[in-house]
Design a protein around this ligand. Structure first.
Ligand code: NAD
Length: 384
């Protein structure tokens, strides 16, 4: 394992294991899917499974995907008509110099899609955007290489220095979305004294409206969505930072940070929808190189990158739906602390079957602390 870590990063001293769980019961585009999630936080798997089960009682989640297009940016110093015009007239030369670095992706059906220029006033620059279809890769190395080669040619053409040449992680052309609608009656709660489904649906929509209106609330709302998406990204060896950066940039695309998902009711139906950039890969980087990533992709039936992004959108929406459902009814802590109790039990020294017993005792008393757990554990052991 250390050999692998050493091949993946520099100065490796070990590996950090993160639990890998499987949330099953997802019905995505009519297909049953078991979703691997690598997460250190309790309740994410339970929430995903809970939400997926409710939605699969009807037609599950429907998803869509745009194109696996990523954009490289070349910033040329200066904002003059001459520089901008030279770059526009040099379009053919820029395309020619990109043929070689993009040859392998072009052979796979991807490749260069568009070159566009935009003048920036402050700081004075001309921005050249190079859009590339990267197929099943994330495309960062591919685009960075292409951007640097193009940057050198652009500098010659423009007769001006290039400030930098690199991909943008905004990935806003590479979006996926998910949606569902269910009868509100399936949301009825009996555990907390018969809350009618229509009332739960109304409260979920109110929570969604609040997240759209209040940026601080939107941050936590979106964190709940990313609980599922980042868990899937980590499980499959994808670049979690890139996916998270793209998601939060999309949430702030109109100049104010807001919720990524929306919930509405239409008569007796609750409708949920989510849209965001999802630059998931199924080849390249650590994807498919790391044995855990290969295992996770195998659980998913070795999907294409487009399919993986669609699954990610579904998981994000279900995670969000389950969190809102708990939040507006029993509250988020009831289920969370029950699961957290197992960690406290472990920290207190409980092992194997003791963990469940100590956790159950903590849940019963409502005292979720290590001291109480130690006392309960000592009591259990004294009775043996
Ligand atoms: P990569 O360099 O491994 O290239 C992908 C490879 O997969 C290419 O050689 C391509 O030819 C091959 N390939 C095989 N089958 C393919 C298919 N069906 N579709 C597409 N390509 C196929 O990976 P990458 O995607 O260019 O870059 C991703 C890596 O770069 C990640 O590890 C990421 O963390 C890292 N990175 C990210 C940033 C950033 O996000 N800003 C910057 C630098 C590096």
């Amino acid at each position: 394992m250390l050999d692998l870590a050493d091949a993946m990063i520099e100065s490796a001293v070990g590996v950090t294991p993160v639990p890998l769980g499987v949330a099953d019961g997802f019905l995505i585009d009519g297909e049953t899917v078991a979703v691997p999630l690598a997460v250190e936080e309790p309740s994410i798997l339970a929430a995903a499974t809970f939400g997926a089960r409710i939605l699969s009682e009807e037609h599950g989640i429907l998803t869509w995907f745009t194109y696996p297009v990523m954009t490289a940016q070349v910033f040329v110093e200066g904002n003059s008509d001459r520089v901008a015009a030279a770059i526009e007239h040099g379009d053919e030369q820029i395309r020619d110099c990109l043929a070689e670095p993009l040859a392998s992706i072009t052979a796979r059906g991807g490749g260069l899609r568009r070159i566009s220029t935009q003048r920036m006033a402050d700081p004075p620059c001309v921005k050249v955007c190079i859009d590339v279809d990267v197929r099943d890769a994330m495309g960062a190395n591919l685009l960075n290489t292409a951007a640097e080669i193009a940057g050198r040619r652009i500098s010659e053409i423009a007769g001006a220095p290039v400030a930098m040449a690199i991909l943008t992680n905004s990935a806003c052309a590479r979006r996926a979305g998910a949606e569902f609608d269910i009868d509100v009656s399936s949301l009825a709660r009996t555990a907390d004294g018969e809350t009618p489904g229509a009332d739960v649906a109304r409260r979920i929509c109110l929570a969604s409206d609040i997240a759209h209106a209040d940026s601080d609330r939107a941050v936590t709302h979106n964190k709940g969505i990313m609980n599922g998406i980042s868990g899937l990204a980590l499980a499959t060896g994808n670049d979690t930072r890139a996916i998270e950066a793209a998601a939060h940039a999309w949430a702030a695309r109109e100049g104010r940070y807001t919720a990524l998902s929306t919930f509405t009711t239409d008569g007796e139906r609750l409708r949920g929808s989510l849209e965001l950039p999802l630059p998931f890969a199924t080849v390249g980087g650590a994807v498919g190189m790391h044995p855990a990533s290969r295992y996770a992709l195998a659980i998913l039936g070795n999907p294409t990158a487009a399919r993986l992004a669609r699954i990610a959108a579904a998981v994000g929406l279900v995670q969000n739906f389950a969190a809102l459902n708990a939040l507006v009814t029993a509250g988020i802590q009831q289920g969370h602390m029950r699961l957290h109790a197992e960690r406290i039990a472990f920290t207190a020294g409980a092992r194997d079957s003791e963990i469940r017993k100590v956790a159950a005792a903590l849940a019963q008393t409502g005292a979720f602390d290590v001291e109480t757990a130690r006392a309960v554990l000592a009591d259990i052991r004294s009775r043996r």
